[in-house]
Design a protein. Structure first.
Length: 603
């Protein structure tokens, strides 16, 4: 769909959500960019691709449709051959009872495409308009499973059971089966929503595993013979040394799929069976999620919003590796990112690119450590500083000094919960009065898998389940049950667990609790569905606790109070513990109680 710049301007101005000044600013900032205005306004977040397509559909009087690619039946999709569908960006997504074919197109004004489709399918077609990204996702349904696709690209010699590995020059060419195999592995990882790709040599085969929603799943097994060429191809893409197989290496490369740019951070490691490769998948085209989208609500959201509006101080995010700390910081810094504010970061590695921020990559060999990088940033006239991780007393001390001298400092720390973070700083040699006067908020977080909205089930918990939850959360106490009911009401008001009408038609607009009892819970459907790859879970959401640096907390820090005392004081002041936050989200149908216990229980 190509919308003229004049029409884009008219559509946006007519809605009243965009001003002429904003459009002028977008044009001025992209004078050297030859992109059409429709791409620039979406890129600048003045309007979403979906909303702009809706406005255009209303203007040209063509129905707008939002496809669910996984729901399109294969026999319906293949009414139009894949080559034709991709050429015209059009898919058949439904056939009505009277035989009419419903077609979604990215450009409903393409007369040539519509004429051709009528010749192919007859006059009984109805055209709707969908977003380009939605059409691309639907086109991906032409693909079979990864195993069948790999079978197509791998030669009979590759499939042969042969233990000898010999890397030939033609194996590494751009159009070679090995290159196509690497591309397929990456594409399927992205379509599966994987965060990491593991390519691991075993004694007789090569295991390919994807980490999806924090859990590793085996995707395929490849012949051992292709391992050497596969690793070499990845090394070429990542600009690594092909002949170095005895030492670990790190690299990075980019790939574009369906108009989205992905960066793959590559790490190789020599193991007993050969070289293992792990690729971290990072979507560079993704916009920063709002704090609400990440799962913040109620007092936690208020506390973090209050902390980031302070002119100076320190905000710490804690949790184990893979708990979403970088994502939280990316969203928070994006809220503060304005032309009038100088944001500088020192990270290891730089995962999310923040437009307009000055991001420094750690390089210990060149003397660029967290401490030296932070010291250098202090001379760069920053307003906001982000330290990837506080690992030692020197980095902590410089961060505290920066917070004292008028800077807003963000940093991550590896501790189990928010309250443990403060004694950890004491262990690093930071004086109690300095901690009390600089720390504005400490966020503790974990990531839990979300129940698949298409197949999740609600159920009335029986006596054994109620007893187990009572042991965990104390809901047999009337005061506690009433408190949880009030929290659930606040969560519903904050948009947590908004009603979804997927295949299961589960209605989450009603509360799962009353002041006296637990009326309802949610669980994954046994065997899941196609949308969630039959796991019952799809996507992840954060569970949080935000410890506010209140006067009472400051007094306790100076007095040398224990972690337990600090946490008790914070809870009395209204802080919601991570486990409780998770339980409320389980009541709202976002996750299950079992998932909360899996992530938060300390064994």
């Amino acid at each position: 769909m190509r919308i003229s710049d004049a029409l884009v301007e008219k559509l946006l101005l007519d809605t009243g959500t965009t001003t002429a000044e904003q459009l002028k600013s977008v044009r001025e900032q992209n004078q050297d960019d030859k992109k059409p205005l429709q791409d620039l306004v979406v890129q600048a977040s003045l309007v979403s691709e979906k909303d702009l397509t809706k406005l255009y559909a209303a203007e040209v009087d063509v129905p707008f449709v939002e496809l669910k690619p996984q729901d399109i039946k294969s026999e319906v999709l293949h009414k139009v051959p894949e080559r034709i569908a991709r050429q015209y960006n059009a898919v058949v997504y439904e056939i009505t009872e009277d035989g009419a074919m419903l077609i979604a197109m990215a450009d409903p004004d393409d007369i040539q495409a519509i004429s051709f489709l009528k010749k192919q399918l007859g006059d009984g077609i109805t055209v709707s308009v969908a977003t380009r990204s939605n059409i691309s996702a639907a086109l991906d349904q032409y693909r079979g499973n990864i195993g069948s696709e790999l079978t197509k690209v791998m030669t009979p010699e590759d499939k042969a059971d042969d233990d000898e590995e010999e890397i030939r020059e033609e194996d590494l060419a751009e159009d070679s089966p090995v290159a196509q195999t690497v591309n397929l592995l990456i594409e399927y990882a992205i379509h599966s929503g994987a965060s990491d790709i593991h390519i691991e040599p075993r004694e007789t085969y090569v295991s390919v595993r994807y980490r999806v929603d924090g859990v590793l799943r085996e995707a395929n097994k490849l012949p051992k013979k292709v391992h050497g060429a596969l690793v070499s191809r990845i090394k070429i893409l990542s600009n690594l040394k092909i002949d170095e197989r005895r030492a670990p290496q790190d690299g990075r490369f980019k790939i574009e799929i369906n108009g989205q740019t992905y960066a793959l951070r590559v790490s190789t490691l020599p193991i007993t069976e050969g070289e293992k490769v792990v690729m971290r998948v990072l979507n560079e085209s993704a916009k920063a999620a709002t704090l609400e989208d990440l799962g913040y609500w109620g007092i936690s959201l208020d506390s973090i919003n209050h902390a980031i509006k302070q002119p100076h101080g320190m905000i710490l995010v804690t949790g184990p590796t893979g708990s979403g700390k970088s994502t939280s910081l990316f969203s928070t810094l994006s809220l503060l990112n304005k032309p009038t504010i100088n944001i500088s970061t020192v990270e290891d590695p730089v995962e999310y690119k923040i437009p307009g921020a000055n991001q420094v990559q750690l390089n210990p060999k060149a003397g660029m450590t967290f401490a030296s990088g932070l010291r250098a940033l202090m001379r760069q006239d920053p307003n906001v500083i982000m330290v990837g991780e506080i690992r030692d007393g020197e980095t902590a001390d410089i961060g505290v000094q920066a917070a004292l001298t008028g800077h807003l400092v963000f940093a991550t720390l590896h501790t189990n919960n928010a309250a443990t973070c403060l004694p950890r700083l004491l262990d690093m040699g930071i004086e109690p009065f300095l901690i009390a006067s600089t720390v504005r908020a400490v966020v503790g977080q974990r990531l839990v898998r979300k129940l698949c909205v298409d197949c999740r089930e609600s159920f009335v918990p029986d006596a054994p389940v109620i007893k187990e939850i009572a042991n965990l959360f104390g809901i047999d106490n009337p005061g506690v049950m009433k408190h949880f009911h009030e929290l659930e009401k606040q969560a519903l008001a904050g948009g947590i667990g908004a009603t979804s009408t997927g295949k299961s038609k589960v209605d989450t607009s009603k509360l799962s609790s009353t002041e006296t009892k637990l009326a309802l819970l949610y669980r994954p459907h046994d065997g899941g569905c196609a949308a969630c790859s039959h796991t019952g879970y799809k996507g992840r959401v954060g569970i949080y606790e935000v410890l506010d640096g209140s006067t009472e907390i400051q007094k306790q820090i100076i007095a040398g109070a224990s972690t337990e005392d600090i946490q008790d004081t914070a809870i009395k002041a209204g802080m919601i513990r991570m486990q409780v936050d998770g339980f409320i989200k389980a009541l709202r149908g976002q996750t299950s109680v079992e998932e909360i216990m899996r992530v938060t229980t300390e064994k």
